[in-house]
Structures are given as structure tokens and as C-alpha cells.
Write a protein that binds this ligand. Structure first.
Ligand code: PLP
Length: 432
């Protein structure tokens, strides 16, 4: 905010909205670069690769910008791999980390030459049967081990995986959507690790990577340290290991009270354990990361127009021209996104529920203090760069917004706004 105006790289966001319309996703390339450099900096001294999790913002231009910064990409579908190859990522800079996919996707990814990550015993067996040791593969372990360690329920220091009491895995998480709880579908659970070893032996599988996407589980540096130590113990079991992939899950603050892990601190912890590990096996391995939200979240915002102001006698509503069809996170995860009125920065603070225009409960933010909102003011929903557009839909038959990247002081359109034809493009109207 400068001279009472919200700018990105000196561009007044009102001008950007006037040029491209609303609702509009706007990303600031300088912020992406800053975050990328911060990430890199934290792990200097470790031979590492940053594989941008493209699911967080699957736009060709954003991906290409990551390529110029030196990133690789983490993909979860064959089209994501093909997008990466199309814009110039070399196969060795692409990792495929899908979930519960049919085996043909694993086979296709191998044919495309990218690193493949297997996260269930069924596909590991199919891989062994078909490929034996003709190509290497990475296995994804279920990071609930970290919460197990944290809660003191599991002592993995002995590596006695099979003895972990299965009851621990039957705790039902009451939370709506959590990536890593004890009933998580992700990865191969450590209590099945003996089965992994049996398959590896049976088919002579060459495990070249261990993957551990920790998601929100990294709540503290101590937990991270325990997790790292455990992973390196597991890593010693595989003679062909080339890398350990820690996935993503590094948070950025959405709310001033959010606690986030300090990247520099975990960088130091990792460096110490990494050095020890490399010495112990007598060679170097790589460390991979797959950050999504850390790189993109703060770079992006969703700009919407206040179109209807109404009250029900108790609550004042700001009705916007967007909704959970464009930004799902508040409704899906109860995610907090800071919301500001950029058109009236000096207005009196008033309390509002900021809502979307879908015929559904569609809260973007409730009981929020905003500078007085007037019809046609531009409302900025912050931290929307990651899992914003990429999770959008056409629900209520509404077009998806345009996307703009501000780079070198210029606002560049990187995705056109959808129109009516886009909405009905694949529908088939039968004659009766
Ligand atoms: C396997 C994997 N890697 C990386 C990521 C990116 O996570 P984040 O955006 O939290 O960094 C995810 C997110 O779901 C994931 O599932």
C-alpha cells in the first residue's frame, strides 16, 4: 500500500481490474522469486532439488517461470507431466507422485522418463512384476509416523515397524480434511514396511528414493528432527538410494496468529542429519522438496467486486462476484484468507460477512472488519496463489476467472476468462 493505493510492482490494482475485469487472479512474479530464493537459501549446503508442486497453481506461465528460476516440478497426473515436458522441463526434473492410480499411469510416467513415486503395495507389486530392476522407483511412506512420534505412541528408533500397535491407526480423525491423520490414504504405512521389504526382495526392485510428504504434520522443529532421523534410518536399508524427497507442506502465515515452522531452522537440522547420513553410507544423496503453497500462496490474490450489500438485520453481507467456485479453501478447509477493501482504505472499519454468489452457503470470510464497503468496491482476498484457481470449478454454470501475472512491472494475461462457449463446450445436446 503506497499513497493510499494498493499496488503490485507499482501497478494500481484498480487499473489491472479495469483492464482484465473481475473476478481476477493476480500473481506477483517478484514474490514467487523471493519465496523460491528463501527456500533455496534455507537448504544451502545440501545437494537439493526444489520440485514445484504444480497442483497448487497449474498454469503454464507460472510453471515456465519456475523453470527459469531453476525449479523442477512435482506432478500428480499424466497431463501435468505432459504440460511440464511441453514447456521445457527435462524428464529428470519431473517427479510423478500420484495417489491410488491405475497402474497404467505408473507405466505411462515411466515411458515419459520421469521419476516415479509409488504409494501403495498393490502398485509396488505390479511394478515389481513388470519392471523388476530394469528401472528404479521411489516409495512414498505415510508420514503419520510423525504424529505417532509426536504423541509418544510409537518409538520408531528401533525400526521395529511391525510391532507398532495397529490400534493406533484406528483413531478416527474428527477433522474434516486432514492430509496425514491416522486414517490417511496417503503413502505406505510404516506398519506395512515389512511387506515393502519383502516385495523389494521378491522382485529385486531398485528403490532409488524415499518420499515423505509431511503436509501439515510438521508442527515444530523437534518433530521435524525426529522425522528426519527416522527417515535416514529407513534410507540406510536401500543400497541404491539416490534421494530422499520431503514433499511439501511448508506453511506460510494466513492469519497473524498462525505459527509456522522456520525454514532456516529446519534447514540446519536437516543439514546436520544429512551430513551424518552421507558420511555413514560413504556417498552423497540428494534431498528433494515439493513446495507448493510456500512458493505461490503469498504471491497471489483473488480480486472480486462488491456487487450487493445487504443485511438480514443481524449481519451485514458483502455479496461479491466470486464464490467457492473460484476459491474453495474457505468452505472446504475453513481456511482463513485475509480480506481487504482496496478501494476505500481510509473508510471506517465495519463488520461484515463476505460471501460468494453461489446458490449455496458460500462464506469467504465471516465477522470480518473491513473498511466500509460500497457497491463496486474491489475486495482483495489474499494468499490465494496456491490452491486457488487450480481448485476452481464451473459450479452454478459460472465461468472461471482470468489469471494475470505481474512481471517486470507489467500485467500479463496468463489465462483468459471463460465465456459461455467454454461452459457448454463438451456438452452434447441430443435431438428428441
Ligand atoms: C505429494 C505432495 N507433494 C507436495 C505437495 C505440496 O504441498 P504444499 O503445497 O503444502 O507445499 C502436496 C500437497 O498436497 C503433495 O500431496
Amino acid at each position: 500500500m503506497k499513497n493510499d493505493q494498493y499496488n503490485v510492482q507499482k501497478l494500481d490494482l484498480h487499473d489491472v481490474c479495469a483492464q482484465f475485469g473481475t473476478p481476477l487472479y493476480v500473481y506477483d512474479a517478484d514474490v514467487i522469486k523471493r519465496q523460491f530464493e528463501k527456500f533455496n537459501q534455507a537448504f544451502l549446503g545440501i545437494d537439493h532439488k526444489i520440485m514445484y508442486a504444480v497442483k497448487s497453481c497449474t498454469n503454464l506461465s507460472i510453471m515456465k517461470y519456475m523453470l527459469t528460476l531453476g525449479a523442477g516440478i512435482d506432478t500428480v497426473s499424466i497431463p501435468e507431466i505432459k504440460m511440464g515436458l511441453k514447456i521445457g522441463f527435462k524428464p529428470e526434473k519431473i517427479v510423478f507422485t500420484p495417489n491410488v492410480v491405475e497402474f497404467f499411469e505408473i507405466r505411462d510416467a515411466i515411458e515419459l522418463g520421469v521419476s516415479v513415486n509409488i504409494e501403495n503395495l498393490q502398485n509396488l507389486e505390479a511394478f515389481g512384476r513388470e519392471f523388476k530392476n530394469s528401472c528404479p522407483v521411489c516409495i512414498r511412506l505415510n508420514p503419520n509416523m510423525l504424529s505417532e512420534i509426536e504423541s509418544g505412541k510409537a518409538d520408531l528408533s528401533s525400526l521395529n515397524f511391525v510391532s507398532i500397535n495397529k490400534e493406533h491407526y484406528d483413531d478416527v480423525s474428527k477433522e474434516k480434511v486432514v492430509a496425514w491423520h491416522n486414517q490417511s490414504k496417503f503413502g505406505i504405512s510404516l506398519i506395512q514396511f515389512d511387506k515393502v521389504l519383502k516385495l523389494v526382495k521378491k522382485y529385486n526392485i531398485r528403490i532409488n528414493g524415499i518420499h515423505l510428504h509431511s503436509s501439515h504434520v510438521i508442527l515444530s522443529e523437534e518433530v521435524f528432527e525426529k522425522g528426519v532421523k527416522t527417515v535416514f534410518k529407513i534410507a540406510k536399508l536401500f543400497d541404491h538410494l539416490e534421494y530422499v524427497d520431503f514433499g511439501g507442506g511448508i506453511m506460510v502465515k494466513h492469519h497473524p496468529d498462525d505459527t509456522v515452522i522456520e525454514l532456516d531452522k529446519i534447514g540446519k537440522i536437516l543439514k546436520k542429519e544429512y551430513d551424518k547420513f552421507c558420511v555413514s553410507i560413504g556417498r552423497k544423496i540428494q534431498i528433494w522438496f515439493e513446495p507448493g503453497r510456500f512458493l505461490l500462496s503469498e504471491s497471489g490474490c483473488l480480486l472480486a467486486k462488491a456487487v450487493v450489500l445487504k443485511t438480514n438485520g443481524f449481519i451485514n453481507f458483502v455479496g461479491t462476484n466470486t464464490g467457492f467456485n473460484h476459491l474453495l479453501r474457505p468452505m472446504m478447509y475453513d481456511a482463513y484468507h485475509e480480506i481487504i477493501n482496496i478501494t476505500n482504505p481510509d473508510g471506517e472499519l465495519e463488520k461484515y460477512n463476505i460471501v460468494g454468489n453461489l446458490c449455496e452457503i458460500d462464506n469467504i470470510g465471516t465477522h470480518r472488519l473491513l473498511n466500509k464497503v460500497r457497491q463496486d468496491d474491489i475486495i482483495m482476498i489474499k494468499n490465494a496463489g496456491a490452491y486457488g484457481f487450480s481448485m476452481s470449478s464451473n459450479y452454478n454454470t459460472r465461468p472461471k476467472p482470468a489469471e494475470v501475472l505481474i512481471i517486470n512491472g507489467k500485467a500479463r494475461l496468463i489465462r483468459k476468462r471463460e465465456n459461455f462457449d467454454d461452459l457448454i463446450r463438451n456438452q452434447i445436446e441430443l435431438d428428441f
